[in-house]
Design a protein around this ligand. Structure first.
Ligand SMILES: [Zn+2]
Length: 608
């Protein structure tokens, strides 16, 4: 508890010192939620109060809420979308269409008051539209009080009851969640099973449920001594009847909980880090060993993530068996618990890493799913390589994401990163774009800038924008500031188009004692080149060809050459050595770019 108070104070000081930028604002919402849960009917009723601050320069006449459980009903957008898309998620498929009334999810706001006045509400699927009787002025505050009732659906995707491994309740997206209003307006995306975007605030959550259940989730339990269940030494009281769990989470933008009567609950304190909690029901079977091995791996994960990106700010983190794969939530993850050890560690690393990219860097995922997924994947790859150094990844941490991107490119199916998350033509297109194109975005930038400067900018971005809602331009500005390079061109092309990188070696010849290496741009995306010369008996020689659009050069070991004009298809690199001295010429030999054709990246004397 003391640790939490100290760390939050430090965070607040940190944020105040690193104001993102002038004229930046973001909304604020503090939740108090009380729910009474009936595990016989899987229904619950609740009252929720939100203290809302409109920090925008605009007067708000309405507000919107997400009611995501309404997606799990036949005929919902999520159902229609899943039955229409050519490659449906097998977890969803046509399962929503077949749900009975007792199996669907629903969420209904019964009454809504704004500063004690009843407001007009309209339910539109997964969105609640609230017409306020009086506007909220710029910098004005509002109090929303609502009562609601809901039914936890038979688990289809992420949230719901009785998951595939028998966990009773995975309670994500379980309360009316205020939509975010940012500099581009309201985010009112209907839920089709994909993205989230929430408002920073404090959550005070009270859940009354049969005492047989052990609960896990976001936040810190406030009444551990009353509860027991592994949160304190208090023995579990036998018999029926409910007990009320009181959680509090500070500076988060969502709240998830899970409940199961058979959870094993273990803890592990990371030195100078969070208290880790593990909740699983794998008793005396092959999966128990994996869960018991997790604390050691996860301690190393937190140490690595802290040093690579920045410190984890909360006092606790929970790994919870539940959900339908792996999914990130503030201070916790829901994950399936019966995989192989490396798969489980990878899943846990990915989802926990999201507490940096989603949890703290809280971008609008419905518009930029490639930021939270791509940035998470990029760091996850590095951490997994550190955790499993003997694996055959050929020393190339991002290789599998490169291959996935390449495969999609070769199939002619690459979709632009400007596509809204819910509107990719295929689920695969969404996945490739978010995880692999997003990861390659950073890989390519690292190559343009040089590794040291890139990481300085990456950390600057994290520190400046944590606990805020940045947009893609905010990231590239941080990289520009730290490197002195112009980089907007790359942002516009990589995000706004599907143009690809393919720089190759056209010809190599000698003229007047100089070796001439003619580089050619075979695809549309202009890109700088790094050329490596190999000669027997001497160290590899590195030559940098910067692109004119950069208006600068990366600071890395090697010889610098004049700029390559972006519109010119070819560039002749002049080397002050006879061709007889050179055994081989390589472009990007360590797979540090997303070059889509590597067959033209090599010239050797023998195969001249
Ligand atoms: Zn992810």
């Amino acid at each position: 508890m003391k640790y939490l108070a100290v760390s939050l104070t430090l965070c607040l000081v940190g944020v105040m010192q690193a104001q993102p930028r002038r004229n930046y604002w973001q909304q604020s919402a503090d939740y108090t939620i009380h729910v009474d849960f009936d595990h016989n009917t899987h229904r619950y009723s609740g009252v929720q109060s939100i203290a809302y601050t409109n920090n925008s320069p605009d007067t708000l006449h309405k507000v919107f809420f997400h009611l995501q459980y309404n997606a799990f009903q036949p005929g919902s957008n999520m159902d229609e979308r899943s039955r229409d898309i050519s490659d449906p998620d097998r977890r969803v498929g046509n399962r929503i269409a077949g749900l009975s009334d007792s199996e669907i999810g629903f969420m209904e706001v019964v009454e809504f008051k704004h500063d004690n006045d009843v407001a007009d509400i309209e339910h539109l699927g997964t969105i609640l539209n609230v017409q306020l009787s009086k506007p909220i002025p710029p910098n004005g505050k509002a109090q929303f009080d609502m009562s609601f009732r809901a039914q936890s659906p038979k688990q289809i995707r992420r949230s719901g009851r009785n998951n595939i491994e028998g966990i009773h309740y995975s309670m994500a997206q379980w309360y009316p969640k205020l939509a975010n209003y940012d500099r581009y307006g309201w985010n009112t995306t209907p839920y089709v099973g994909r993205e989230f975007y929430g408002i920073w605030g404090n959550f005070d959550v009270h859940i009354s449920i049969d005492r047989k259940y052990t609960l896990a989730g976001t936040g810190v339990l406030q009444n551990a001594d009353d509860i027991g269940h592994g949160y304190s030494a208090t023995k579990r009281k036998r018999g029926r009847g409910k007990q009320t769990w009181h959680f509090r989470a500070e500076r988060v933008h969502d709240f998830m909980w899970a409940a199961d009567p058979e959870y094993i609950h273990t803890t592990h304190q990371v030195p100078n880090g969070p208290l880790l909690r593990f909740f699983y029901r794998e008793k005396d079977n092959e999966h128990t060993d994996n869960w018991e091995a997790m604390p050691e791996y996860m301690q190393r994960f937190f140490e690595l993530a802290d040093s690579l990106v920045g410190p984890y700010p909360y006092s606790e983190f929970s790994f919870i068996q539940g959900g339908d794969g792996g999914m990130e939530y503030p201070m916790a993850t829901l994950m399936l618990g019966r995989g192989k050890l490396k798969g489980m560690v990878g899943l846990a690393v990915h989802e926990a890493m999201h507490n940096w990219f989603y949890g703290m860097i809280a971008t609008n995922e419905t518009r930029y799913p490639w930021i939270d997924e791509g940035f998470t994947t990029f760091v996850e790859n590095l951490i997994m390589q550190a955790l499993f150094p003997d694996d055959d990844t050929r020393g190339l941490p991002h290789y599998s994401n490169y291959l996935t991107y390449l495969q999609q490119w070769n199939a002619g199916a690459t979709e632009s990163l400007t596509t809204p998350a819910d509107h990719y033509i295929t689920n695969r297109g969404y996945g490739v774009a978010s995880y692999s194109q997003g990861c390659m975005y950073l890989v390519n930038l690292q190559h343009i800038m040089g590794e040291d400067v890139f990481w300085k900018g990456f950390r600057n971005f994290f520190n400046r924008w944590k606990f805020h809602h940045p947009h893609p331009e905010d990231f590239i500005r941080e990289l520009e500031k730290v490197s002195g390079l112009q980089l907007q061109w790359f942002n516009d092309l990589w995000i706004g188009t599907t143009q690809a990188i393919d720089i190759g070696i056209d010809t190599v010849y000698e003229d007047e004692g100089f070796t001439h290496i003619v580089l050619r741009r075979y695809q549309e995306l202009p890109f700088p080149a790094t050329v490596v010369l190999i000669s027997e008996g001497s160290a590899p020689e590195i030559h940098h060809v910067p692109l004119d659009l950069m208006y600068g050069r990366k600071l890395e070991r090697g010889k610098q050459h004049p700029f390559w004009k972006w519109a010119a298809r070819t560039y002749t690199l002049k080397i002050d050595r006879p061709i007889a001295d050179i055994d081989a010429v390589y472009l990007d030999p360590f797979f540090e770019t997303s070059d889509v054709n590597r067959s033209n990246n090599r010239w050797t004397k023998d195969n001249e």
